[in-house]
Ligand binder design. Structure first.
Ligand SMILES: NC(=O)c1ccc[n+]([C@@H]2O[C@H](COP(=O)([O-])OP(=O)(O)OC[C@H]3O[C@@H](n4cnc5c(N)ncnc54)[C@H](O)[C@@H]3O)[C@@H](O)[C@H]2O)c1
Ligand SMILES: [Zn+2]
Ligand SMILES: [Zn+2]
Length: 348
């Protein structure tokens, strides 16, 4: 069949709207009509050419929602008409990774994932509540789930904890929302852009720091802020990098509490970049960890998050600052560069 798509023709070039040929579903595959797509920073990262797994030409987009229009032979878990969120990390429930119960990084289709393709088998689809609006729940396909589950699954934040979130974009605000759900006391947001302050506050941030506007280094500043009562060591119980800057990742580790602080890397750094710290930071009890898709198991966890949204337990609508037509998709990237959007969603 023929369909329209925004094609990334080369690194750093605007997307072009082209007509493309699409094969029908093969055995085990599902054809989904995508109704809405969120533009995530990782799309910009791939488009920029910094992603070692990004190949051109490509049709970007990993944050979407749609309807099953056809299924290939042997497909049993979804049928025509089902509402689904495609998963960039599938859940086969059979591979050693899925069976370990220790990771969400299913390896069933790693070969095609590594070629820059979104997977099409049924194990890469979460079937969701058909009453949920596509133009909102598409964001659960990456940003919302990554942020909220990084707090709950990866860091396992407990009530009364204090936390620092670096980068108040589409991911960081969901980390804040997750911290609020988990019952954190002090939630410090760090961003170079002051316009992000009211955004953080809307979702539960209690303090804001702009690293450009303080005297000296941001790490001792944060350590001082988190001293409380008899604890004059300072440092946050949990810190999160939601920027992708390796410099920030190191600051986040060092701003976590001696003895027990956990620092979670969520941001994706450019090809070949490295992080380093003095081993003493780890010897003295800090833990450096990372997460993909917030450790969520897509087919199991994503439908639950859609229900949380439908029940009003989490917010999505205010974060979707722009809704664009496919023709205007490049505007979504401009808004991101200018720091003017939290999430832009393209509707078809
Ligand atoms: N691990 C995963 O599964 C996963 C999933 C989605 C996105 N990501 C990554 O998460 C990161 C954030 O994505 P997003 O969509 O929220 O991006 P975004 O562009 O919406 O937000 C990034 C924010 O960080 C701020 N920032 C940048 N450099 C900073 C610095 N040095 N100090 C303080 N603040 C700084 C920016 O002002 C902006 O507000 C990206 O690197 C993205 O690739 C990871
Ligand atoms: Zn993403
Ligand atoms: Zn698996």
């Amino acid at each position: 069949m023929k369909t329209r798509a925004a094609v990334a023709v080369a690194a750093g070039k605007p997307l072009e709207i082209l007509e493309v040929d699409l094969d029908g579903p093969r055995e085990g595959e599902v054809l989904v009509e995508i109704k809405a797509t969120g533009i995530c920073h990782t799309d910009e990262f791939t488009l920029s050419g910094a992603d070692p797994e990004g190949l051109f030409p490509a049709i970007l987009g990993h944050e979407g929602a749609g309807v099953v229009v056809d299924v290939g032979k042997g497909v049993t878990s979804v049928k025509k008409g089902d509402h689904v969120i495609p998963l960039y990390t599938p859940e086969c429930r059979q591979c050693p990774s899925c069976l370990s119960r220790k990771t969400n990084l299913c390896t069933a289709i790693r070969a095609t994932q590594g070629q820059g393709l979104m997977p099409d088998p049924e194990i890469a689809l979460a079937k969701v509540n058909p009453d949920a609006p596509f133009d909102k729940i598409c964001y659960i396909g990456c940003g919302v789930t990554t942020g909220i589950r990084a707090v709950i699954n990866t860091a396992k934040v407990e009530q009364g904890a204090n936390a620092v979130v670096f980068g108040l974009g589409g991911i960081g605000l969901n980390v804040i929302q997750g911290l609020k759900l988990a019952g954190a006391d002090m939630i410090i947001g760090v961003d170079q852009n002051n316009d992000k302050k009211p955004w953080g506050e809307k979702f539960g941030m209690t303090h804001f720091v702009n690293p450009k506007e303080i005297d000296g280094d941001v790490v001792p500043h944060l350590v001082n802020m988190t001293k409380r009562g008899a604890d004059q060591i300072g440092g946050a119980d949990y810190t999160f990098d939601c920027t992708g800057s390796t410099k920030v990742m190191c600051q986040a580790l060092e701003a976590s509490h001696r003895g027990w602080g956990k620092s979670v890397v969520i941001g994706v750094a450019g090809a070949g970049q490295e992080i380093s710290t003095r081993p003493f930071q780890l010897v003295t009890g800090r833990t450096w960890m990372g997460t993909a898709f917030g450790g969520a198991r897509g087919r199991t966890d994503v439908p639950k998050i859609v229900d949380w949204y439908m029940d009003g337990k989490i917010q999505i609508d205010p974060m979707i600052t722009h809704t664009l037509k496919l023709e205007d998709i490049n505007k979504g990237f401009d808004l991101m560069h200018e720091g003017k959007s939290i999430r832009s969603v393209v509707v078809y």
